[in-house]
Design a protein around this ligand. Structure first.
Ligand SMILES: [Cu+2]
Length: 336
């Protein structure tokens, strides 16, 4: 984990040296034109302009909370046969954007998800499960509603498709081909609406923004449940000491609801992750980011590389629940 961060930082520093050593000409795009890389759908494109992006997101969960308090494994095992100890989620996300007009941009996002979870049983045994595959593919429209020299507002409207599996199985102490609990599945199994509103501003070397987004599930999936709706509010500020680099600070509040209904093949008394009434929560995260763009008159011109690292500063969950205690996103973007 930490060696991965170190490697990433080294690569970023290398990239910075390459850009600085070759950057000469002034560019029309600067690092501050984009929000921190963890924010999706933050900007529009000019008519006819394309953008391709790749993001790698990593989430580490190895603390268990009930309400606002961290609890230890013995507390979980007094209630359940199995206690999840830790979980990691790796997501590779390929994105495309296209400016239909100066005021309407469409965006497609295709995620590939890998999940791993380690557990301890009441008998003292340990086991791990994993799942991987395509997640829910999302198609969005971004509609500009206000723009002046320093500020703009746009509406986000997306739909995600149930392309992610909700039938992931793996070996557990119960047998060789057991259905995995809700957090280990790759999609929601439902068509989901993703409405949102984004405000961004930029003045000289400062930029800032606020975004509200929601995930509204439609109907019930074919395993008889509906994941909870999600709501997210982000606000950020960024400063660019030079055109090619900016540093950001972001606060993000997330709410997520319990599961409605239940998968008939999961036993909610066995493990917390199989209990639909223990999934809701809210979390406030602090995130630090770095945006880079090649501004020189060379092949790096217009290539963006960005990093954002976040951790929780306030947690409250229906538990026991593993919470995300470290996340980071690394991304590359290029527009034509
Ligand atoms: Cu874009």
């Amino acid at each position: 984990m930490h060696s991965l961060i170190r490697k990433t930082v080294c690569n970023l520093i290398g990239f910075v040296f390459v850009i600085t050593s070759v950057s000469t000409a002034a560019a029309h795009s600067t690092a501050n034109d984009h929000a921190p890389i963890g924010v999706m759908g933050d900007h529009l494109h000019k008519q006819g302009e394309w953008m391709v992006s790749y993001r790698y997101m990593r989430m580490d969960m190895d603390e268990t909370y009930v309400g606002e308090d961290e609890v230890d494994t013995s507390r979980v095992l007094s209630e359940f046969m199995v206690a999840p100890l830790s979980m990691t989620m790796d997501m590779h996300m390929v994105g495309g954007m296209y400016g239909l007009t100066d005021d309407i941009t469409i965006m497609l996002m295709i995620p590939y998800v890998e999940k791993d979870m380690d557990h301890r049983t009441r008998m003292g045994g340990m086991f791990s499960t994993s799942s991987s595959g395509i997640g829910d593919i999302k198609l969005s429209g971004l509609f500009s509603v206000y723009q002046d020299e320093t500020q703009r507002v746009h509406l986000n409207f997306g739909v995600s498709f149930p392309s992610g599996s909700i039938d992931e199985r793996d070996r557990t102490p119960m047998g060789p081909n057991q259905l995995l609990p809700y957090p280990m599945q790759l999609g929601s199994g439902t068509y989901d609406l993703h409405p949102g509103i984004t405000y961004t501003g930029q003045h000289e070397r400062l930029s800032w923004g606020t975004q509200f987004t929601a995930v509204q599930r439609l109907g019930e999936n074919d395993r008889d449940y509906t994941l909870g709706n999600r709501y997210e509010a982000s606000t950020w500020i960024a400063y660019e000491p030079a055109d090619w680099v900016s540093g950001s600070f972001r606060l993000r509040k997330k709410y997520w609801g319990d599961i409605d209904g239940a998968d008939p093949d999961l036993n909610p008394n066995m493990v917390q992750t199989a209990d639909p009434t223990r999934q809701a929560g809210r979390q406030l995260d602090a995130l630090f980011g770095l945006n880079l763009i090649g501004t020189g008159d060379n092949w790096l011109h217009g290539h963006r590389l960005a990093l954002e690292v976040g951790f929780p500063i306030d947690v409250d969950v229906n538990g026991p629940q593993l919470i995300s205690d470290l996340e980071f996103t690394v991304g590359w973007q290029k527009a034509w």
